[in-house]
Design a protein around this ligand. Structure first.
Ligand code: SAM
Length: 248
């Protein structure tokens, strides 16, 4: 039997009749990607009822917790201390602690730290639960107007030009919507690359999702390149590229 099958769901309830958090469990809590209203009731309760919050940026998560009037010890867990901190988190789980993991924004593990401690917790036989919520790729894809039936998420492209081009070329014939994350200072570079590699595709730039200046820019790579040169686009972006042979 798989070790995980032995882990039973939490059965006891808290004082409000809601299922209590399980002792020795890791909770992956999605947090807002811009709009502070975008947090689930379960995410707030998990943050309130856990023993410790493992966070990518303790200062930023401190602000978020203060906003919701939650006071909790915060432990840093980011890309460069993932290995060491994973061990510490496993130790805490062993002591029966309930650990919530959050990143700066959105869903842990999606172009963000998380995977390592999830695997370590699973291998050590601990319960791991997602507390789902905001995720930039899902928000962008569902509002983009591009087919969402089959999509391929790349996360961030490599920084080096040759590797970026190779990755994009490898995906040229994939019959699915491509979704990627890009930083604002590389958006023009990306549109230039898309104009060379995918000149005839429909592209959507989903900018500043859930925030005051949210907008969706749609067009060919050449059209969007002209917009970005004219306006010098700022903020956070999800970039979506229509499939090679879209089904109508
Ligand atoms: N874990 C996050 C998630 O669930 O979406 C993603 C974290 S990744 C480090 C950050 C990237 O996500 C940004 O560079 C941008 O590409 C995208 N992103 C995050 N928030 C966004 C927003 N409000 N609007 C557009 N893109 C966003």
């Amino acid at each position: 039997m798989d070790k995980r099958d032995e882990i039973k769901p939490a059965s006891h309830r808290n004082e409000r009749g809601l299922p209590a958090l399980a002792a020795g469990a890791l909770y992956l809590v999605a947090t807002p990607i811009g709009n502070l209203e975008d947090i689930t009731l379960r995410a707030l309760r998990t943050l309130r009822e856990c023993d410790v919050v493992a966070a990518e940026d303790t200062r930023r998560t401190g602000q978020l917790l203060r906003h919701y009037e939650i006071s909790k010890p915060i432990l840093s867990y980011f890309r460069f201390n993932e290995a060491k901190r994973s061990e510490e988190i496993i130790e805490r789980l062993r002591r029966g602690e309930k650990v919530a993991l959050v990143t700066d924004a959105g869903s842990p593990g999606i172009s963000d730290p998380g995977e390592r401690v999830v695997r370590a917790a699973m291998e050590a036989g601990f319960r791991v639960e997602a507390v789902p919520g905001p995720c930039a790729l899902v928000a962008a894809l569902t509002a983009s107007g591009l087919p969402a039936e089959e999509f391929h998420f790349i996360g961030f492209l490599p920084h080096k030009s040759g590797q970026r081009r190779k990755t994009l070329e490898r995906l040229r014939n994939l019959n699915a919507t491509l979704v990627l994350y890009e930083s604002p200072h590389r958006i023009e570079k990306l549109l230039t690359e898309l104009n060379e590699i995918f000149p005839d595709r429909s592209v959507v730039l989903a900018r500043e999702l859930t925030k005051k200046f949210e907008e969706f820019l749609r067009g060919s790579p050449a059209e969007l390149l002209a917009v970005s040169q004219a306006r010098s686009l700022k903020g956070e972006f999800v970039v979506l590229i229509g499939a090679a042979n879209p089904v109508s």
